[in-house]
Design a protein around this ligand. Structure first.
Ligand SMILES: Nc1ncnc2c1ncn2[C@@H]1O[C@H](COP(=O)(O)OP(=O)(O)OP(=O)(O)O)[C@@H](O)[C@H]1O
Ligand SMILES: [Mg+2]
Length: 326
């Protein structure tokens, strides 16, 4: 269509140029009086304006019609040349709809997750306030309120973390730079030593010095969440092994455990926000279901690759392949 219009424009332009030249020649040869030449030129200009308006309308109106119904863009495409543009628009629209759906779902989940501990805090506090709770129960109820408040704090911390990761990189924020991931893994495992001991699980870090382009808090958060899970979803006497290795495609971080494992039917979904495979154990140990969603976000931020291998009752191995630092 665009080609046809191009040739039409060319044809009309050439015709008008010839008509103008003939008029000028006739005037120069003295065949036309000046007033008649001027009149004919003016008439030619008027015709030119009308034709230009018609042609531009022909070009524009189908576009205006197309814009009226964005749902049927492909069907209403006036020119095949517009199809790649329509395809891009469509893809962006689908992406936006999906983002909106995820945000709405996230807000609904957040409200639900916040409501549960708050309802319980409010219930215990009311029993103490109204005197329904006996003197000897007060201490226990205060403990429950304390635990639920702790859950709320963890939840809010994770929600803030996810929202920060959702945002584009803040202007003037700390730059990504090559960091020694082995020493960060050792420090992070150290932070969890007490939890590991309490769960009777051993934790070790091994491997070679390797650099990953990142920010310290991002790597700490990622390794912390993976190790925290490996300890939490384990059994007394179990182990957690963190290894750092250099691979041809980059740096490979692996967190492996011989804990309870993840049943195959849950493996696809555990990186989703608020998804828990073992609901009761996660909740009992104060889990929010956001840890692996944060991990996935951080992995995407690094352009890294995430792999999960797990067998129920045998253990889990999650590995992250970071691109080379340089
Ligand atoms: N190493 C593991 N072994 C067994 N199950 C695991 C392991 N890691 C994760 N899971 C399962 O995946 C679910 C999601 O993990 P995720 O870390 O996102 O949430 P969480 O541990 O429940 O809460 P938190 O946000 O506090 O980390 C867990 O609830 C658990 O059922
Ligand atoms: Mg977790």
């Amino acid at each position: 269509m665009a080609k046809k219009l191009f040739w039409l424009f060319m044809l009309v332009g050439v015709e008008f140029a010839i008509a103008g030249a003939l008029l000028a020649a006739a005037y120069a040869a003295g065949l036309l009086p000046v007033w008649l030449a001027a009149l004919l030129l003016a008439a030619l200009l008027v015709v030119l304006v009308i034709v230009a308006k018609r042609l531009s309308d022909r070009l524009l109106f189908p576009l205006v019609d197309m814009a009226k119904d964005l749902d049927e863009l492909e069907k209403n495409a006036p020119y095949p040349e517009l199809l790649p543009f329509i395809e891009t628009l469509r893809r962006q629209q689908v992406q936006k709809d999906e983002n909106l759906r995820q945000r709405q779902e996230f807000s609904a989940n957040v409200s639900h997750e916040l409501k549960t501990p708050l309802t319980s805090i409010s219930g215990y506090a009311e029993m103490i306030e109204t005197g329904i709770a006996k003197e000897e129960d007060v201490k226990e109820f205060a403990g429950k309120i304390h635990a639920e408040a702790g859950r709320l704090i963890d939840l809010i911390r994770d929600i803030i973390k996810i929202s920060e990761l959702d945002e584009a990189e803040p202007e003037g924020g700390e730059e990504m730079q090559p960091l020694d991931i082995l020493s960060i893994a050792q420090d992070t495992a150290g932070m969890l030593a007490f939890n590991a001991e309490r769960a009777e699980v051993s934790i070790s870090v091994s491997g070679c010095y390797a650099q990953v382009k990142s920010r310290r808090e991002l790597l700490e958060e990622l390794i912390y969440n993976l190790c925290d899970n490996a300890i939490r979803y384990n059994r007394p006497g179990g182990w957690v092994r963190v290894t750092v290795a250099k691979a041809a495609a980059g740096v490979l971080l692996t967190v492996a455990d011989n804990g309870i494992g993840i049943p195959a039917e849950h493996q696809e979904r555990i990186f989703e926000r608020f998804y828990r495979a073992d609901k009761s154990r996660s909740k009992a140990s104060g889990g929010t279901g956001l840890g692996l969603a944060i991990v996935k976000h951080i992995v995407l931020k690094h352009g890294a690759e995430l792999k999960l291998q797990s067998a129920e009752g045998q253990g889990t191995e999650i590995s992250v392949l970071f691109p080379p630092a340089a």
